[in-house]
Design a protein around this ligand. Structure first.
Ligand SMILES: [Zn+2]
Length: 172
């Protein structure tokens, strides 16, 4: 019983440390500025198969380095239907950072990344073939922010999908 209590306290402490860990987010494309994404496209609709756009598109010449916006653990690096070459990093505050449409990824699942470390290059893989090269960047919180829910299309999903543009501007 006592052992269980201690384990629970340790698990809770680790959880809390991860929640308050600083982020210091970076724009995840080398050389990009806030002018390289349209600030009105988060939750823009209609948006293809996704219905609404749950991230931002950072436009950049193909081949530019995609860098990790935060430090974290790479949970996935591979190919999915819509996202093409995708990297998913679990960063501070229990947030997943989703980098999509890469021309290639240079990192393997299970490894640690530092913020600003190169994880791949900008491309238009997946369902972005008819668009100029860009990084689709989304942030998903694993701790639901219930108060963020609203009556927009798929508005309940806002408890998980944060506006990356807002986060990046706040960090500047
Ligand atoms: Zn996008």
């Amino acid at each position: 019983m006592k052992k269980l209590m201690i384990s629970a306290v340790i698990a809770f402490s680790l959880f809390m440390v991860a929640i308050i860990a600083p982020e210091n987010q970076l724009i995840p494309v080398q050389g990009a500025t806030e002018k390289d994404w349209n600030h009105d496209t988060f939750w823009y609709e209609p948006w293809g198969k996704s219905g609404v756009h749950k991230g931002i598109d950072i436009f950049s010449p193909a081949g530019k380095s995609v860098i990790a916006s935060t430090y974290g653990i790479v949970l996935f690096s591979g190919v999915v239907a819509l996202g093409g070459n995708v990297v998913v990093v679990l960063g501070p505050k229990w947030r997943l950072h989703y980098y999509a449409h890469l021309s290639d990824s240079r990192i393997t699942a299970g490894t640690l990344v530092r913020s600003s470390e190169i994880i791949g290059s900008v491309g238009n893989s997946g369902n972005a073939g008819d668009k100029p090269p860009h990084l689709h960047y989304a942030i998903i919180t694993l701790v639901p922010y219930l108060w963020r829910m609203d009556f927009s299309t798929q508005g309940w999903k806002k408890i998980f999908y944060l506006d990356p543009g807002e986060r990046l501007l706040a960090a500047m």
